[in-house]
Design a protein around this ligand. Sequence first.
Ligand SMILES: [Zn+2]
Length: 383
Amino acid sequence: MRLQDVIGQERHTHAFVQAYREGRLPHAQLLLAPEGAGGLPMAMAMAQYLQCEQPGEDVCGQCPSCVKASKMVHPDIHYTYPVIKPDGQKDPPISSDWIQAFRQAYQQQPYLNTHDWLQSFGGEKKTANITARECQTIIHQLNLKSYEGRAKVQVIWRPEFLGNAGNILLKLIEEPPPNTYLILVAEEEERILGTILSRCQIVRMSSLSDTTIIGGLKQQVPDLTDEAATRIAYQSDGNFNAALKAADQVDDTYARVMSEWLRIGFKMDLEALLPWIDQVTGWVREEQKQFFQYTERYFRECLRLSVQPTYRLRVNEEQWKGAQYLAQHVHWNSMEQIVQLLERQHYYVTRNANMKIQLLHATMELMALLQNQQPVGQPQVSI
Ligand SMILES: [Zn+2]
């Protein structure tokens, strides 16, 4: 994670670099960040910066330390986070029991919250905590010599889950071994032991602005329209995690409605057609536009798959199965015509056409094109 990947927190990333350069970086910091404001990504970027062999305004991103840090396998960066007891284990759990799951969950979504984390391995129904045994492990690890001769960094995500076990860490936080940095990341100040708070320098990070969230969404979900990004930013209240989930959901609804449309098309199910048309005409124009953009993009990808069978679509499992089915069963030529049909629908929406009639026409055309089966052998086209 680079410092510049932590969106909307430039004030804090600059202050961090400045303090590092001037040799006045505190050895124990507590990032107090509302959910979705980027507390954890900030800690990860700071940890990488402290290990980078050529740190400048940001991490270099290239050196072996940066590579290891970004893969979360740097031997001198330790991670602590709430966990549950693995099945069949006698001892109280420690974070390293779940390190693989943690790497995977963080790398998939650096702005994840604690619930997302626990849910990623089915642990959300049990009580998670950071145990006394984990605290002892932290003390032990940080008192060893650093593996690579640079700093030792301990990230503690959600010290709220320490409970009274946190008292074990007080001496360490007050006086860490030389060249050791503790970076705690919390959301709820009132749930942290006062004795821990008083021993850390507190960095208060604010919720993200709408502009930051819009920028972040446009970067991570490039297909999202400006209007949708603005609406989601407004609703997500400075929480980038919530914004990304909302953006995903937009796609989910469109995926479901598209599958329904294809089912109607394949089965020529006229009975289901009218309720389907009612549903889509009930949307506002912006949603209709996005739906056709989504469906068009999907068909373009399926077309590519039908001429290049090794191509892998960036979609969920269900949509992937659907794409394989389409690529095998619909003639590529029809697929091209479906793409054109969808482009036209997009145009009609922007032109305020009568959508009921338009959708009826479009579905009839779709039905005819879907019946044109894929012949044996590969098509002679290149796209
Ligand atoms: Zn580096």
